[in-house]
Design a binder for this molecule. Structure first.
Ligand SMILES: [Zn+2]
Length: 72
């Protein structure tokens, strides 16, 4: 059990870093509400584009904006 927790604690920062890197490489993901399933012009989540910003990317832009506003 201790080994499992140690492995989990070791893996978590690596996974987080990989996810942030992935978000920086491709910040736009496909809309899960209307893709797959064809183009839906009235999709409110993506307004018909089929592209949505990832949650991680939104977090990055939020942190960057916070930093920018804080260091003026
Ligand atoms: Zn959509």
């Amino acid at each position: 059990m201790t080994l499992l927790i140690t492995l989990l604690v070791l893996c978590l920062p690596i996974v987080t870093l990989c996810y942030i890197g992935w978000c920086l490489i491709s910040p736009w993901g496909t809309c899960r509400r209307c893709r797959p399933g064809g183009k839906n012009r009235t999709c409110r989540a993506c307004s018909g584009t089929g592209m949505r910003s990832r949650i991680g990317w939104r977090l990055v832009t939020y942190v960057l904006r916070l930093h920018h506003d804080g260091t003026r």
